[in-house]
Design a protein around this ligand. Structure first.
Ligand code: SAH
Length: 346
């Protein structure tokens, strides 16, 4: 049922304290409720056991808690877990837990669907789109953290914004969520363990640098040749490589932090020596490292993973130029939880 009540988690702690004062109560009550909402992840006002019954009823009359619900959870044979998360308006996004020997990483979504139109990505095909609220992003992390503790006996160690959506098209909410994740009143995680991945929105990369953010930046490059990049990532026409380069230089100048490039190599698209040379040249503009990602096929087969030989050529050229390169094997393919597969079947 549609409700006019306000989402209580849209309030800052100060606003919540003010609310209680206006109700003739103590500001301190705001702190208690805030703690329930964030640190204790309460789903209902009923859960707030150190708050009086009348106060709980008063909150119930004024507010809602729009908590996400994990609708279905799938576990891959490699330990990867994928959550289909239902939002308060019935829309679904996905988040993934990726365990390795030394870390557990949450891959979270920032939008329902995506603002961009990458030809090789399943999420780009979803029509419906809205931005996620800060609390919807935060809740995904909390859900994955609990699963990490449950299935892997350890808390979450890292977060990547590589799920559905383009985080820089929902910048304010992503920043608010990260603030909460890193705050001692939220999860208290170090921003060094968080990576925001973007297709490359130059203006917003500069804004992040100006805002002095402390998390890491990854850019999904996939090609350093203008026509090739535009053919697979059409928004590149609006945000050309030259502007991206300038923004990345600005980022490095301000933050002194290396950039990671995400790169998939496809047969016949970006697997020639010319593609490699252009990429190596691009990598020299700003200190960086490279993650070559294995391609995860989405239904129609227009794109195909390049040969091992092409990958080896990339690696050899990058290493010859002293650029650090990792090859990332896909995880969770059997449950469509790998990069670019989110929304394939749910
Ligand atoms: N919009 C952001 C984050 C979401 S995509 C971004 O573009 O970075 C996360 C990563 O998965 C990106 O590097 C993206 O290019 C990559 N990706 C998308 N579809 C893929 C697929 N089918 N196989 C492998 N990687 C894919």
């Amino acid at each position: 049922m549609a409700t006019e009540k306000k989402d209580i988690r849209a309030l800052t702690k100060e606003q919540l304290r003010d609310f209680f004062v206006k109700q003739g109560d103590k500001a301190f009550r705001g702190n208690q409720v805030y703690e329930w909402l964030w640190q204790k992840a309460a789903y209902t006002f009923e859960d707030m056991t150190n708050v009086s019954k009348e106060t709980r009823q008063m909150l119930e009359d004024n507010f809602v808690i729009n908590h996400i619900q994990v609708d279905t959870m799938q576990r891959s044979s490699d330990g990867t877990v994928k959550n289909a998360v239902r939002l308060h308006d019935g829309l679904i996004v996905e988040s993934v837990l990726i365990p390795t020997a030394t870390r557990t990483t949450a891959c979270v979504s920032s939008q329902v669907g995506c603002s961009l139109d990458c030809k090789f990505c399943a999420t780009a095909r979803l029509k419906r789109m809205r931005n996620l609220n800060p609390d919807e992003i935060y809740d995904q992390v909390v859900a994955i953290d609990s699963e990490s503790r449950l299935y892997h006996n350890r808390p979450l160690s890292n977060i990547v914004f590589m799920g559905m959506g383009e985080p820089l098209m929902n910048y304010n909410n992503v920043i608010k969520a990260i603030d909460k994740i890193t705050s001692s009143e939220g999860l208290g995680m170090s921003p060094k363990r968080i990576t925001l991945s973007t297709s490359g929105v130059p203006k917003m990369i500069k804004k992040m640098a100006d805002d002095d953010v402390k998390f890491n930046l990854a850019v999904s490059l996939h090609s350093a040749i203008e026509e090739v990049r535009t053919s697979i990532m059409p928004f590149n026409e609006t945000f050309p490589l030259e502007d991206l380069r300038e923004a990345l230089e600005y980022w490095y100048e301000k933050t002194k932090r290396k950039i990671s490039y995400e790169y998939v190599v496809w047969r016949g698209i970006n697997d020639s020596q010319k593609d490699i040379d252009a990429f190596v040249k691009f990598c020299k503009y700003v200190p960086c490292k490279v993650n070559i990602i294995e391609y995860n096929p989405i239904d129609d087969g227009e794109f195909q993973q390049a040969t091992n030989e092409a990958l080896e050529n990339y690696i050899a050229s990058l290493e010859k130029n002293r650029i650090v390169v990792n090859v990332r094997r896909s995880r969770g393919k059997d449950i469509d939880a790998a990069c670019g597969q989110l929304a394939n079947k749910s």
